[in-house]
Design a protein around this ligand. Structure first.
Ligand code: M6R
Length: 366
């Protein structure tokens, strides 16, 4: 059942090329330059007339929502807010029939997300679901939706659900961008082709496994870890930290790289590993100077860079290379080595990777 892998998590990490492909299959038609999603098409007016989009989710799904915020705003120029379902539902939120809510949930059973959906509906908002489990409570409770086609995710740590959620949300953003005219048809074509290339890039990227394992070996006894990223990769930093803490029990935090100087930099010493995402098109120069600040305080740098990088290589203790892509799609790549890093550290620490202590796959209680 684990298909020859030692754990479901590793199997699911390796399934991502297929999962992403399955998710856009039949929806992304690059030759015709169209995106076909019935749930979006049937409600196009509602999406286009929305004052804003509010994304609600928990955990890793919330991180996918944060990535989507950057993509929706950039591509479709629609204001987006991303909320923890648990906070949203108890805040008496200002929400009405002019709002579109997108609820994201792998399991479709998360209690806080379900309650937030009911609240949004009661205030007249249109609620669109992005779920993995077909026929789940959230899939049934939402007005419309689009499934991720990740296949069953068994490991408690979410991996392929995350990348397929980002894929579905990217397709929606692209479709709305075309409908609104905020993206030219040539850019639209280019992005479709680029998105289609992601699965093979992920496949190629999975070859970094041994290298990541070597890095994992050197940091498995660290009590703390920092993750930094900017722009599209800020949410990836949060996700990297969540993955490490939930399966290896190492304390980890994710930050937007520029926030370092507002506090966390005080933590840096020669025992602090800092994982920095420094892709070539993503505020690169600024991230390089963030890396220099950490290095001058003797922090250990593990950098995720684009193939061909030279500047970061000179200062980082370790680099992990990812294939080049459009920056907006880079979270689909940068996430992969961070999943592998957490996985290997957890295995080396003899942790129960697929069923970490105190956690459940679906959190059906609040
Ligand atoms: O099924 P959901 O996507 O609604 O679950 C939300 C979170 O409970 C989930 O993502 C959790 O954070 C994972 N264990 C993270 O790996």
């Amino acid at each position: 059942e684990k298909g020859g892998y030692e754990h479901f998590m590793l199997k699911e990490i390796h399934e991502q090329p297929k999962a992403i492909r399955d998710t856009y299959r039949g929806r992304l038609l690059s030759d015709e330059a169209i995106i076909k999603m019935a749930g979006v098409e049937d409600n196009m007016k509602t999406f286009l007339n929305a004052n804003r989009i509010i994304i609600i989710a928990c955990g890793t799904s919330w991180h996918a929502g944060l990535v989507a915020e950057y993509i929706f705003e950039e591509f479709a120029r629609i204001p987006v807010e991303v909320e923890y379902a648990s906070e949203f539902r108890y805040r008496n939120p200002v929400i009405n029939e002019n709002d579109v809510v997108i609820a994201i949930s792998q399991s479709g059973e998360t209690a806080d997300t379900l309650a937030a959906i009911k609240l949004a509906k009661s205030r007249g908002a249109f609620v669109f679901g992005v779920c993995n489990v077909v026929g789940s409570s959230i899939a049934r409770e939402t007005h419309a939706g689009a499934y991720t086609h990740a296949g069953p995710e068994i490991g408690v740590a979410s991996t392929k659900a995350f990348t397929t959620q980002i894929t579905v949300l990217t397709l929606i953003a692209l479709r709305l961008a075309r409908a609104k005219g905020t993206m030219s048809s040539s850019d639209f074509r280019l992005y479709l082709r680029e998105l289609e290339l992601i699965p093979q890039k992920v496949e190629q990227l999975l070859n970094v496994d041994d290298h990541v394992k070597d890095i994992a070996r050197q940091y498995l006894l660290s009590p703390n870890c920092l993750y930094l990223g900017r722009g599209y990769n800020f949410p990836v930093a949060l996700e990297g930290a969540l993955k490490l803490k939930e399966i290896s029990y190492i304390h980890a935090e994710g930050y937007p790289a520029a926030e370092m100087k507002h506090g966390p930099i005080a933590l840096i010493d020669d025992r602090m590993p800092v994982i920095v995402i420094a892709t070539s098109k993503g505020h690169y120069e600024k991230v390089v100077s963030n890396i220099q600040e950490i290095k001058s305080r003797k922090g250990k740098i593990i950098a995720v860079v684009t193939q061909g990088d030279t500047a970061v290589k000179e200062i980082a203790d370790h680099v992990i290379e990812i294939p080049e892509s459009e920056e907006a799609f880079s979270p689909l790549l940068t996430t992969i080595p961070l999943q592998l890093l957490s996985y290997h550290i957890a295995v080396m620490r003899n942790c129960n990777v697929d069923q970490p202590r105190n956690l459940a796959k679906s959190v059906t209680v609040e």
